[in-house]
Design a protein around this ligand. Structure first.
Ligand code: CA
Length: 226
């Protein structure tokens, strides 16, 4: 049984009730709130591992709820639930602090598979410390430092960084990254990877310079050695 705490924020009675039943049935500790205000109270009270957050809530805009959650704790994973016609822009979602999104209507089996992938912890490619330029990673402790300052990374951000740094100087394909960091049978959005790369860049790149992570169009990404 997984046991992770998931907060569902959804004002649609049918979707909310279905999600609650499905998550509890899968062994998660789930709680359902129908308003943004209720969500913020619940986040403070139960410190969820992940929040499934509907974008269109009756009281507070979902993006604002997301921002507010991260003002309190920037390590909580927020997955946005959005209707197809309001597909979330990567930049807007990232600005608010979301780590991924799922479009409605969704298949329950797909959503559960993506949650399993989200909570799956990748085997570190690096057993102990690895250094690439001014970045140091400890795979066992799951910690990373930039110029000696520890980075605050969410679980998947760490897995992705460790995977890239473990192959620093080499190209790593999108398929390999999705398989190693998420799941080999990943069938969610490929934007998930772009979300995480963009989030990482914000945390590790110099404000005015070339990114440490190079995009290889049509291939994948490469972590630069220096
Ligand atoms: Ca709604």
């Amino acid at each position: 049984m997984p046991g992770e705490r998931i907060l569902i924020v959804e004002d649609d009675e049918r979707i909310g009730a279905t999600l609650l039943r499905a998550l509890e049935g899968s062994g998660y500790e789930a709680r359902w709130e129908q308003t943004g205000r209720g969500a913020l109270t619940a986040v403070a009270a139960i410190r969820p591992d992940l929040v499934l957050l509907d974008l269109g809530l009756p009281d507070i805009d979902g993006l604002e709820v997301c921002r507010e959650i991260h003002r309190g704790d920037s390590t909580i994973d927020v997955v946005m639930l959005t209707a197809r016609d309001e597909e979330l822009d990567v930049v807007v979602g990232l600005d608010a602090g979301a780590i991924d999104y799922i479009t409605k209507p969704f298949k329950l089996a797909e959503l559960l598979a993506r949650l399993r992938a989200q909570f799956r912890r990748a085997e570190p490619r690096i057993e102990s410390r690895a250094t690439a330029g001014d970045l140091t990673i400890d795979g066992n402790a799951r910690r990373a430092w930039l110029h000696g300052d520890e980075l605050v990374l969410r679980a998947k951000e760490f897995d992705l960084l460790a995977r890239l740094v473990g192959d620093a100087g080499n190209a790593v394909s999108r398929e390999t990254l999705m398989a190693d960091v998420w799941d080999e049978h990943w069938f969610g959005s490929t934007k998930t990877l772009d979300f995480h790369i963009a989030a990482l860049r914000r945390k590790i790149d110099p404000a005015d310079g070339v990114s440490r992570i190079t995009t290889l169009r049509g291939v994948g990404y490469r972590f630069e050695l220096s």
